[in-house]
Ligand binder design. Structure first.
Ligand code: LLP
Length: 415
């Protein structure tokens, strides 16, 4: 994280709060956000986009960190918000996000979700398919803006599950159907067609595919709005190289200046690149074991960061109270879930790892909390925002009571 610092004794601080203090106050595992660095990164996007193309909008792809505190920060910093369903819409509205700044996505929206979005009066609904259109035509009672999601036929180099824009994608309509969909929208008295949306994928580490995304929407004609989605990749590991936000914005806005109508609005939807590097996950070592190799097992794992197993994303792991100390062992930092794929970081040089030591995994601000689950009865960790030496609890740690809350009494079941 940008605001991380290390004391003379090698203790990491986030937003001016030492990790030892965070661990004592909130326990571990915990998702810790550096709020100052986060806000700085948001401003890079918001101001960087406005200065390059005044008629533009940056939407926070809220699936990357869907908590009420984050929606509130997004709104305060001038981001609009993309929600991928009723649950995210509910959190955004609860946070006080102006409905006029909310966009609804989804390839399988329900009647109830469309109804919620219409009732809230959100800025736009992104139509993914003809069933969305059937529902909107039937349910709209006042004017509603819509965008159409198109399959752009672009497959950037990233993990297969992260590619969303290839021709066989489940998201959006093929180019051949777009004209028909636009005509249907145009015929409806309350639906207003604003423009085209594409999203090519996630953790994309080159800028060129984003210029292609602009080209793909430009070929469809002249509209009010072009939304080219999110997907900018970030640097997770020491050896990973990611484009800068500025290079990414240059590529996009230069392509837009060349290819789009001068007065059209350009939308982007970054998620990961806004939040990933502002977050760390803080763990404690539960066991240290040497068999054929040394395993340092922490008190979390794929229940709080499934990304490693899901997409093969690699991370670093550091001894958070001994930064800079001489490594004494090369170990696999592993989680506590019952799968060998629950490997947080392989072959890490570590300084004398002991039970109770704190381990930090940097750059876990995106999709880790999102994808947290209860595997092996794990309670989802809390989310904590830190700035200027103080910390604020944004999401409380789940408890065993939370795990039991939806469970029905065992004896209720009759065979
Ligand atoms: N817009 C749409 C329509 C999306 O589907 C996504 C991400 C984004 C924007 C934001 O993309 P970003 O800027 O964050 O790359 N399971 C994966 C992440 C999946 C991302 C899904 N869609 C992971 O854990 O890395």
């Amino acid at each position: 994280p940008e605001e991380s610092e290390v004391s003379d004794t090698g203790e990491l601080s986030i937003g001016g709060v030492p990790v030892g203090e965070l661990a004592r106050q909130y326990g571990t595992p915990a998702y810790i956000m550096d709020e100052t660095g986060l806000r700085r990164q948001i401003r890079r996007f918001v101001q960087g986009m406005k200065s390059r193309r005044p008629n533009s909008e940056v939407l926070f792809a809220s699936k990357s960190l869907p908590c009420v505190a984050m929606y509130a920060i997004a709104q305060a910093e001038g981001l609009s918000v993309d929600v991928a369903g009723g649950g995210e819409l509910m959190m955004a509205l609860t946070a006080g996000v102006n409905p006029g700044n909310i966009y609804l996505h989804g390839n399988a929206k329900s009647d109830a979700e469309i109804q919620m979005a219409l009732a809230a009066g959100i800025r736009a609904i992104i139509v993914d398919n003809f069933n969305d259109l059937d529902r909107l035509e039937a349910m709209a009672t006042k004017k509603q803006h819509v965008l159409l999601r198109m399959i752009p036929g672009i497959t950037p180099a990233t993990h297969a599950s992260q590619v969303t824009g290839g021709n066989d994608s489940k998201f959006g309509l093929p180019p051949a159907d777009i004209t028909r969909a636009i005509e249907r929208i145009a015929r409806h008295p309350l639906l207003y067609f604003e423009g085209i949306h594409v999203h090519i994928g996630s953790q994309v580490l080159e800028t060129e595919p984003f210029a292609q995304a602009v080209k793909s929407v430009a070929e469809f004609g002249s509209f009010d709005t072009y939304d080219v989605g999110g997907g900018l990749g970030v640097k997770y590991t020491y050896d990973e190289i990611a484009p800068s936000v500025e290079d990414y914005l240059d590529t996009l806005t230069e392509a837009a200046a060349r290819l789009l109508p001068a007065e059209a609005r350009l939308i982007i939807e970054p998620g990961r690149s806004l939040v990933a590097r502002a977050g760390i996950t803080l763990y404690s070592v539960n066991t240290v074991k040497t068999t054929g190799k040394t395993f340092v097992a922490v008190n979390g794992g794929m229940a709080d960061n499934i990304d490693i197993a899901l997409t093969g994303q690699r991370y670093e792991a550091v001894m958070a109270s001994k930064i800079g100390a001489e490594p004494t062992v090369v170990a696999d930092v592993v989680g506590r879930q019952c799968e060998s794929g629950d490997l947080m970081c392989a072959d890490v040089p570590l300084a004398d790892p002991q039970v109770g030591d704190l381990v930090a995994m940097p750059a876990t601000g995106a999709y880790a909390y999102t994808l947290a689950n209860n595997y092996n009865g794990a309670c989802k960790p809390p989310v904590i925002f830190c700035a200027n030496g103080s910390s604020t609890l944004a999401v409380a740690r789940e408890t065993y009571e939370d795990l039991l809350r939806t469970q029905q009494p065992a004896l209720q079941r009759r065979w």
